[in-house]
Write a protein that binds this ligand. Structure first.
Ligand SMILES: *Cc1c(COP(=O)(O)O)cnc(C)c1O
Length: 424
């Protein structure tokens, strides 16, 4: 049992003197689960070690980045080699083309793509392109979906925004969000109704094809299909935000898993192999709107950074191994089946898709943001702390997913199952 982390507590106090809340991203403060952060010294495979020398099984995995586990030897070596050749030039490198080709061969709907530094930039840029291409302003998003922290997307957002009272941010002028329309997730009728009245004004619909930032919520039957049909009918673009689901739910992401063809796609997290890289892309004629070919401006000093590209190439190379995803899926399914037995009859909902899952402390199924908000936050916080004391770092918010990696062996997963049984 892990009892205390005095060095982490001291480090957190010191951090708060210089960094707001002591963290560079709000959810890391662990406030909603009633504790303070551990400070990490290093991570390896499925484990992280804090500065007090406590070792934890990690289920957050840098929010899904490390599908191969922490500090994968090939990825780290490729990044280290790239650093030794210089870490940025502001001049093209062949690695950018190589990774772009790898992304496109996995996600063929990204006929042309461009690299940026974060998922936020990827969705922001994709939306600008969609507006430039269609000449329309309205963006439709779904309640509890998170697409990064650009102004016009901070409306009814998931992830750590969900912990703010109305799931929107102060500092965003109403004028900036008046073109953002929010609809409930998994509500096909609301979507039809909105489109029948306003469809010809919609530039794009952006969606997490499997919601991962209100906890994991899979799409209801027909939800994505209807979205595809309506956007096509009304000349709006469909943007799949696959920043989490890309290279996670299959080699080709959620669009491959569900057999839907979006017009544009964003990927992030996994694609940078643990370095700041993300990408947005789509049909060639749409992406040709980007400068220098077209009138939509978008740029970045560190975009296509050679260290991130090298890490991305080393990651995607391993993910294209035969059976990588079928093995991960099989192990995840076995874990989920056992977990289902453990929670049976306990007023807990288990939502899952592939190697991602969330436990909700609800007594009825969770299909949208309002349902996720019914989860008992105190029970979740207690569960988080119980797991932490058993040496397991689950994602520290009700509104996030947990991620199984290639390094979560049966032995690791069995220990986790036993701990969940004790913790709930
Ligand atoms: C994480 C995430 C983002 C934002 O990515 P950052 O790299 O944190 O800016 C956008 N969309 C989805 C679906 C995400 O999960």
């Amino acid at each position: 049992m892990i009892q205390s982390r005095p060095k982490s507590v001291a480090a957190f106090n010191q951090a708060q003197q210089v960094i707001p809340g002591g963290v560079n991203s709000p959810v890391r403060a662990l406030r909603s689960v009633g504790t303070t952060p551990l400070f990490v010294r290093e991570a390896q495979g499925a484990y992280i070690t804090d500065i007090d020398n406590n070792k934890y099984i990690d289920f957050c995995m840098s929010w899904g980045v490390f599908i191969l586990g922490h500090n994968n030897p090939q990825v780290s070596q490729a990044a280290a080699d790239a650093v030794m050749r210089g870490s940025s030039y502001g001049i093209p490198t062949e690695a950018e083309t190589q990774l772009a080709e790898m992304v496109r061969s996995a996600v063929p709907t990204m006929e042309r793509l461009r690299f940026v530094n974060s998922g936020t930039e990827a969705t922001m840029s994709a939306i600008r392109v969609a507006r430039g291409y269609t000449g329309r302003d309205i963006l439709v998003k779904f309640e509890g979906n998170y697409h990064g922290h650009a102004d016009h997307l901070l409306v009814a957002a998931g992830s750590a925004v969900a912990n703010i009272s109305n799931a929107s941010s102060a500092g965003v002028p109403a004028d900036f969000v008046k073109h953002t329309i929010v609809l409930p997730y998994n509500d096909t009728d609301a979507l039809k109704k909105y489109f029948s009245a306003n469809g010809d004004k919609v530039a794009a619909v952006i969606v997490e094809p499997v919601a991962c930032n209100m906890g994991v919520v899979a799409p209801a039957d027909g939800f994505l299909q209807t979205m595809r049909q309506l956007t096509e009918q009304y000349g709006a673009l469909l943007i799949f935000d696959e920043v989490i689901t890309g290279f996670r739910l299959s080699h080709g992401g959620a669009q491959q898993r569900f057999g839907i063809t979006p017009d544009m796609t964003t990927v992030g997290k996994i694609v940078g192999g643990g370095f700041p890289a993300a990408a947005f892309g789509g049909r060639e004629e749409i992406m040709q709107c980007l400068a220098p070919n077209g009138p939509v401006y978008q740029a970045g000093t560190l975009s296509g950074n050679p260290v991130a590209m090298a890490a991305g190439i080393a990651t995607l190379t391993q993910l294209s191994a035969p059976n990588f995803y079928s093995n991960l899926e099989a192990r995840s399914n076995e874990f989920i089946a056992k977990l289902k037995q453990i929670i049976e009859g306990k007023e807990i909902q288990l939502n899952h898709c592939g190697s991602m899952f969330t436990l909700f402390f609800n007594n009825k199924p969770v299909r949208n943001f309002q349902d996720t908000k019914q989860s008992n936050q105190e029970r979740f916080a207690q569960y988080f702390r119980n797991m932490l004391s058993r040496g397991i770092y689950v994602s520290p918010s009700q509104f996030e997913g947990n991620f199984i990696s290639a390094c979560h062996t049966d032995e690791v997963l069995n220990y986790v199952l036993k701990s969940i049984e004790e913790s709930i």
